[in-house]
Design a protein around this ligand. Structure first.
Ligand code: SF4
Ligand code: SF4
Length: 200
């Protein structure tokens, strides 16, 4: 069974397709759009995320880190990314939830069970699930297995993609899904490179 790095499973989503949906955010993206709504999704590997407004200034994280990564800056806790090993120890010590680990390896079966929990909402609202990211095509095998499993239950399935992946994977997914949000960022290649870091 395939595994993927997932950074969020958002229940009761209402902006990622029809009805009430569960949106599965896959971590990792080949693009670096300057307007990215989820910059914490760009790197494939897990990373430490800092919500400064939740910090209560207790300093527990600084004491817990064995690598001297964290320190108090002008606006709260700062992370020296060059020293961070993404072990998650500080996040588990952070009482207020200001520090969190983004990204966790999950199996197809685990995510299917998360999606399945809201069946009653899908049935009553015409909703379903949406694969998002990051770029889902980067972890295509996981998506294919999950979509196949969901297809057998009749859940409405959607994907949000820039298309920046293997065309055969996208075609195979599109055949099984009900809806594809295909996000063409820019038709002009020069502008595309400047806005996203890659060619269109
Ligand atoms: S994730 Fe680990 S290495 Fe990184 S700051 Fe926290 S405790 Fe230190
Ligand atoms: S443990 Fe959490 S709340 Fe305490 S200083 Fe660190 S980030 Fe802030």
């Amino acid at each position: 069974m395939a595994r993927a790095n997932i950074f969020n499973v958002q229940r009761f989503s209402i902006h990622d397709g029809p009805g009430i949906r569960t949106t599965v955010f896959l971590k990792g993206c080949p693009l670096k759009c300057i307007w990215c709504a989820n910059p914490e999704s760009q790197k494939m590997s897990p990373e430490l995320y800092n919500v400064k407004t939740h910090c209560i200034g207790c300093g527990a994280c600084i004491e817990s880190c064995q690598h001297g990564t964290l320190f108090f800056g002008k606006s709260g806790i700062e992370i020296d990314r060059s020293k961070c090993h993404a072990c998650g120890v500080c996040a588990s010590e952070c009482y207020s939830g200001a520090l969190k680990m983004m990204g966790e390896e999950r199996t197809v079966d685990e995510i299917f069970r998360e999606i399945e929990k809201d069946t009653v909402f899908y049935d009553n609202s015409g909703g379903g699930y949406t694969l998002s990211g990051g770029e889902p095509l980067l972890q295509a095998q996981f998506c294919l297995e999950l979509v196949e499993m969901c297809k057998n239950t009749g859940f409405h399935g959607a994907i949000e993609t820039s298309g920046y992946g293997d065309t055969q994977d996208l075609k195979q997914l599109a055949r099984m899904l009900d809806l594809v949000f295909f996000d063409i960022k820019e038709m002009d290649d020069r502008k595309h490179r400047s806005f996203t870091g890659v060619s269109n």
